[in-house]
Design a protein around this ligand. Structure first.
Ligand code: ATP
Length: 368
């Protein structure tokens, strides 16, 4: 059991990248990179552009060979095994469908290459089209399909071989926001029904949180944190992860500086040692008005900007010290509070909502 990496904790490792490195010219894409992907899980590789997500996928499907380290699938070293000899299929970002073949023939392609009997091909393709909701589109060409339907053909085509691992490279990036959300649910449903291992690449944190059993957050060719969506969101290990997933206000506090925060139930005990500590507060966890019992701190601020978000309002708040905080307040929680720019407000946060990156806890009281 690995409590810090929760999720499907008891399942066996299916894919292992062991101390892999990959360099392109002067660019280090992956550096001493190790990752265990568990059998049957939905793992998402999440990170900003250029952090090494696609390179990781390409090492798994065999389109790239690492400079150092090894890749194994089911305990077999496949580091130098070509893509077609790996039990892995990929849904590419642009879907890469054959434009001149019908939906049926696109899905059937891999079975035809394997020279499987016609009757079996027909039965399996029809069953797959039914699964991806395209039974009535079998004779259409790709150009006659919507974005969501095209995406489903690509999925059907990748799944028809029943690969041990399905790799999905930004599978929903070509779809509009509403369709993306619908397809996220469908991918999850399909993953649960098929019981296969899905490895998905995205730079969209909401998508990663919504679909995955576990998320590996990548930063500059290394894993910054791996864990369940809840672990990653609620207990980010460092500033990069907190900022990349969910956004975060960072509050550096030092014994020598008056930061403008009043710590109500103590302050980080690193302060007693005179060192600086870094705390984090999610924008959604800042509250307006008189602090309630259990508040960690409160501070006086002025509103410097107001952004309407529909169900919530984003406020940019400035402390006397010059530090800016971002708060996202549910519209119902605002009530009659005046949120015009320049208005003076008091903000506070619950102790449980304060992320202490140094995990030092709290000891003394007062204003810092
Ligand atoms: P994105 O989200 O933009 O697709 P990514 O996280 O998938 O990015 P990779 O495609 O893995 O990132 O690239 C990692 C780094 O390696 C980047 O700096 C990229 O420019 C570089 N890189 C990747 N492939 C090549 C290549 N064939 N030649 C040169 N540099 C490459």
């Amino acid at each position: 059991m690995e409590p810090s990496e929760g999720g499907s904790c008891c399942k066996q490792t299916l894919v292992r990248l062991d101390r892999v490195s990959k360099t392109f010219g002067n660019t280090v894409a992956l550096k001493d990179f190790s990752l265990d992907i568990r059998s049957g899980e939905f793992l998402t590789l999440l990170g900003p552009s250029g952090c090494g997500k696609t390179t990781t996928l390409r090492l798994i499907n065999g389109f790239e060979v690492p400079d150092g380290g090894s890749v194994s699938i089911h305990g077999r070293d496949v580091t130098h095994v070509p893509p077609f000899s790996r039990d892995v299929n990929t849904v590419f970002q642009n879907y890469a469908l054959f434009p001149h073949l019908t939906v049926f023939e696109n899905v059937a392609y891999a079975l035809r290459v394997k020279r499987i009997a016609k009757a079996e091909v027909k039965a399996r393709v029809l069953a797959m089209l039914d699964r991806v909701g395209l039974s009535d589109k079998a004779s259409r060409l790709p150009r006659e399909l919507s974005g969501g339907q095209t995406q489903r053909v690509a999925l059907g085509r990748a799944l028809i071989n029943e690969p041990t691992v399905l790799l999905l490279d930004e599978p929903l990036s070509a779809l509009d926001a509403k369709l993306r959300r619908a397809m996220q649910l469908e991918l999850r449903r399909m993953h649960a029904e098929l019981g296969l291992t899905f490895v998905c690449v995205t730079h969209d944190q909401e998508e990663a949180l919504a679909m995955s059993d576990r998320i590996a957050v990548l930063d500059s060719g290394q894993i910054a944190q791996i864990g369940t969506p809840q672990e990653i969101f609620e207990r980010p290990r460092n500033r990069f992860v907190a900022d990349f997933i969910g956004g975060c206000n960072f509050i550096p506090i030092s014994i020598d500086q008056n930061s403008g925060f009043t710590w109500r139930y103590g302050k980080p005990h690193a302060l007693a040692r005179g060192t600086e500590v870094l705390l984090g507060i999610r924008p959604q966890n800042l509250r307006l008005g008189v602090p309630e019992e259990g508040a960690a701190f409160d501070a006086n601020v002025h509103i410097s900007d107001v952004v309407y978000l529909g169900t919530a309002v984003r406020l940019v708040l400035r402390l006397g010290s010059g530090l800016e905080l971002t708060a996202e307040i549910d519209r119902q929680a605002i009530g009659t509070t005046n949120i015009e720019p320049s208005t003076a407000l008091r903000v506070w946060a619950r102790q449980n909502d304060v992320i202490d990156f140094d995990s030092v806890g709290w000891s003394s009281h007062g204003a810092v």
